[in-house]
Design a protein around this ligand. Sequence first.
Ligand code: ADP
Ligand code: MG
Ligand code: MG
Length: 199
Amino acid sequence: MLDADFFRRWMTAAAAAVDREADRLTELDSPIGDADHGSNLQRGFTAVAAVIEKDAPDTPGAVLTLAGRQLISTVGGASGPLYGTLLRRTGKALGDAAEVDRAAFADALRTGVDAVAALGGAAPGDKTMLDALVPAVDALGDSFAAARDAARDGALATTPLQARKGRASYLGERSVGHQDPGATSSALLFEALAEAADG
Ligand code: ADP
Ligand code: MG
Ligand code: MG
């Protein structure tokens, strides 16, 4: 079973991963964006780790809703409201249970991913974070490692796509040949999740 401590470890590991990869995320956001994805998420997840430490939310749902609200209020770019919605809606779907199993978490995360799609109007194939998030949530029923691998493969598969949503879509065909920064950071979140599950 997954308890509040597990979800706090996930958010801490996510903050560390974003910190470690911030320069790379910003580099990916240079040719097809405005070169701020790494710094946006670094600011956001640093604030998430701090507020979780300070408030010590004591259910899985409370950890994720707090993290989501913090991202929405700290990150100005498109990714703040999108990741904020992902975590907040997943947290709300978990309710106030003290522990959840992986299947219930996968169901809740599906609600969160659907909310991201509704907010941004994007679908898989549009070269966004959804290209990593959707296959990851599909694979989460199998294992955390399967979700991690599916997110990574989904992020890599954005390279040949033409962006249809977000800033990169302004480039039209010139967005082809670059890996999407948001799909790459989504893969990092699932890498952090698999780490939290191991430790
Ligand atoms: P901004 O584009 O405002 O500078 P970021 O650079 O932080 O924001 O985030 C860019 C990422 O956000 C993109 O790489 C893409 O994955 C994701 N994104 C942008 N628009 C959408 C959308 N409408 N739906 C889903 N994801 C999106
Ligand atoms: Mg950007
Ligand atoms: Mg920006």
